[in-house]
Write a protein that binds this ligand. Sequence first.
Ligand code: GLN
Length: 443
Amino acid sequence: YLDKIHTFNNHLGAFLQVADREKLLSLADESDARWQKKQNKSALDGIPIAIKDNIHVHGLKTTCASRLLHNYSPPYEATCVEKLREAGAIFIGKTNLDEFAMGSTTENSATQQTHNPWDINKVAGGSSGGSAVAVSAGMSPLALGSDTGGSVRQPASFCGIVGLKPTYGYVSRYGLVAYASSLDQVGPMARDVYGATQLLNAIGGFDERDSTSIRSAPVALEALQRNIAGKKIAILGEISNYINPHVAKVFEQSIESLRSLGAEVTEVEFPFFDYVVAAYYLIATAEASSNLARYDGVKYGQREERKTYQEMLTATRSQGFGKEVKKRILLGNFVLSSGYYDAYYLKAQKMRRRICHLLNNILHSYDAIVTPTTPNTAFTKGESEQDFMKVYVADVTTVIANLTGLPAVSIPCGMVENLPVGLQIIGGALQEQQILNIAYQFE
Ligand code: GLN
């Protein structure tokens, strides 16, 4: 894997930081010895894992691809990383992202550009674009991403790999740099469903250091083998109005495949597509504006020295944050300000509640809901800069899982003009096993 990074990373820009070669090799040797003595700590013992650079790993920097944190070394490790370390996994490096995970293309990174391995002129997706490319191009067998509004699933879809956002609370957020706390989840990225499941099992579970953490059982690997005949799968009515016709065609073929596996696929009503993106961006930016208030030049990262505190604070934030982050802080402050709170933030919360209610109702009668992961294949470079609304609106399919806290997996399901298309399977709360079983059988 180190050789592949050496060969490809200059062209693809997936890794921001690669761990020390000698250290990695000695960890690999230690793991080899454990396997030989059959004293390996887990199935992941000795397996390299790439970590999105907004998750703290002991001994590596966490930059969030921001100027503000370009030299920041975290004093502690994320719970999910700690668990992987105990399982014997090896952290091969930190991967590129949109600054503070805000974006859908990884073009908002202050550090470098990441390119889609299927077509260099296309984006990798985002915000976990670096992790997706690392796995897609074979630079790491597994990776962690974070998903606040699709950031694991959308780049997985654009790069032709598997990505899962677990149920909110399934994976501890301790040590994940907060973007929008009520939506954030860490998720596994892998070449196949089996790998994603193994990684999920290693990072999941209760953690008292995250107040929203929940108790959950790991996914039984044998359960992936179960036949899915008779499973009830819903598709959301009117979705075809929101997706590109070529993607729609691949989606229809996927539905046929599910049917041929014996699943019953039925359309159900979902009248909220016009509201999900608006609700998501209002809530996400509101929470982001609050979370990012901590970067004041005192507690973390880069400080721009000035005569007064106020000047220092202003200069630190003005120079430290990129354009997209500033836009979102402004929008978040706006929707939370008195006079606008009721008109925007509160309405978004009400809409979130209605979406939750409806999706949970659907999932009382169905085993899963399927959608294309994204309305289109990977964007062309620069599209986001030209028309950011177009890129925001393309989150329509993924954000429903974050607003509701439900688990959702993206798996490759076909190609349009040589670019991968993803199928998203959404399940009821804590039904990871259900959606991974369907995904495994589909794959
Ligand atoms: N496109 C979403 C956004 O820009 C993705 C964010 C995420 O999941 N981190 O907010």
